[in-house]
Design a binder for this molecule. Structure first.
Ligand code: 8YV
Length: 312
């Protein structure tokens, strides 16, 4: 039987690429010209494999008249034009749950790295400066007040992880979670004013764009820390850079940014921010599970079976 034609928006780990190529005729966008798939190929493409950090915009959808499904390697589908996909009856799947633990682990790592200034300590030892004395004391993490913006699947895992640090936990969201044993704030600025550490686990998209701006950062304050493991778009990045430069907030740990991977060079000049290249889900085990979910959803679709993790 003919292999279905599948457009890949970005590469996957080698094992995933091999598995996909055995079942589909792959068209790798990064190997095609700036116009994308050839005009003769476009009508043949029935599936797209994308990633949470890559977009599938209306322009892409418009040139693929027989597209049936978009499988996202990642939980965030904010970069996919869901309205157009829904209007055309195109299915969309993602990879929820399998990455919750890793993203939450990285939030812990970024909080500790930023508050205990671990990169600075590492550089202090490597440079030999330790022989001349110790770096300055830092604030502690345990026992502080943690604010979580977005108590979804990842945010709830973050709360469980940080509860091991004897922290008071509050959260912001559209509505309270009846079963959540944490303090609910219906106003993000109020949560930031209360918290010592604010962790962002909000979904990306228009509803959360720049939800963390100058007012929230001022409320977090000069002893406050921000960790972002959600989407760069949830933060007004100019306001964040100014807050870090002016020490309006004490520091930040960031895994996501606007304009990834070519982020604002001002970040690299700051000593009170820890930077990671969008690695929240980037462990061997989790990426293996994400790749399997992408394939299982595609296999189910082409077998006429229910999708495992449908978004639409
Ligand atoms: C990306 C993510 O998928 O899950 C998400 O939404 O942001 C990540 O896991 C990652 O960029 C995969 O390459």
């Amino acid at each position: 039987m003919m292999k279905p034609d599948l457009l890949m928006m970005g590469s996957y780990p080698d094992g995933d690429m091999e598995a996909l190529s055995s079942a589909y005729r792959l068209h790798k966008l990064w190997e095609l010209g700036s116009d994308g798939p050839a005009v003769s190929i476009r009508p043949l493409i029935r599936a797209i494999a994308t990633r949470g950090d890559l977009g599938v915009d209306a322009q892409t959808l418009e040139i693929l008249p027989h597209l049936e499904i978009i499988a996202c390697y990642g939980v965030g589908v904010d970069a996919i034009d869901l309205d157009m996909a829904r209007a055309r009856g195109i299915r969309v799947t993602n990879t929820p749950e399998v990455l919750n633990g890793d993203v939450a682990d990285l939030a812990i790592g970024l909080a500790l790295a930023a508050m205990r200034r671990i990169p600075t300590g590492d550089a202090h030892v490597r440079s030999g400066a330790w022989a001349k004395g110790n770096p300055p004391l830092t604030p502690r993490l345990h026992g502080k007040k943690l604010g979580i913006a977005g108590l979804g699947r990842i945010g709830s895992t973050v709360a469980r992880r940080f509860s091991g640090f004897d922290m008071d936990i509050g959260y912001f969201g559209r509505s309270p979670h009846e079963d959540a044993p944490y303090r609910f704030f219906d106003d993000l600025t109020a949560l930031a004013a209360w918290a010592d550490l604010l962790v962002l686990t909000l979904p990306g998209g228009a509803a959360t764009q720049k939800i963390v701006g100058k007012e929230v950062l001022q409320a977090l304050g000069p002893e406050g820390y921000l960790v972002n493991v959600s989407r760069g778009t949830t933060v007004d990045e100019e306001a964040l850079l100014q807050a870090l430069e002016a020490r309006t907030i004490a520091g930040a740990g960031l895994d996501v940014f606007w304009n990834e991977p070519r982020i604002d060079p001002r970040f690299a000049r700051l000593d009170n921010v820890v930077l990671q290249p969008h690695l929240g889900s980037a462990t061997i085990e989790t990426r293996r599970a994400m790749g399997q979910l992408v394939r299982d959803n595609l296999t189910a679709h082409f077998a006429g079976l229910p999708l495992l993790t449908p978004v639409i």
